[in-house]
Design a protein around this ligand. Sequence first.
Ligand SMILES: C[S@@+](CC[C@H](N)C(=O)[O-])C[C@H]1O[C@@H](n2cnc3c(N)ncnc32)[C@H](O)[C@@H]1O
Length: 200
Amino acid sequence: MTAETGSAAPSLGGLLEELLQHGAFEAALFALLLAGALSILWYTVRTGVPPMPSNPFARKAMFRLIPAEARPKTIYELGAGWGGIAFELAGRFPEARVVAIELSPLPWMVCHLRRLIQPRRNLEIRRGDFLKADLREADLLLCYLMVAPMRALERKLAADLRPGAVVIANAFALPGWEAEETEVVGEAMHANIYRYRVPG
Ligand SMILES: C[S@@+](CC[C@H](N)C(=O)[O-])C[C@H]1O[C@@H](n2cnc3c(N)ncnc32)[C@H](O)[C@@H]1O
């Protein structure tokens, strides 16, 4: 390549300058933000649950309710959102396989980006519907959903889970199951955190 042809090729800086001058950068950024917001809205309507993270106090209580003697081999977070709980689980249980399932693409992508700065070799991040996943290997499951999804989840758990499996639910109960332990978190608007254990 000659010096002449080399200088004719636009540099990255020049290209960005050009885009900024013509407002294309702002337009692209706006389109990206709009697509993200619409995607969140669409999946919130579809699943019936927004990707709102658990309150930090409620999250602490969820971890407190994990039985002290628990040595789970397979942990599921059902509806992982932006990954806060799944990453903490993977850190606290390095010997376990932690599976984070999230249907909404934007939070799911953020979980993947998060792993670039917070590596967790035992964390599997899956995009999908947990109602269609095979949960038979689960020893421990955590979730923060809403009333209607908890009804659907209850049927799924009754079909899949093995005796002894433990379920920790933030704020919304499994309506037909009896919790073996409940903690009320005053700092999280008196949310109940429930622990269930599959009998047998
Ligand atoms: C309230 S957020 C909780 C996020 C995180 N678990 C926490 O507690 O911080 C619930 C998440 O569940 C996801 N979700 C709801 N139903 C789902 C389904 N059937 N399959 C996969 N993800 C689902 C939603 O997209 C949302 O991101």
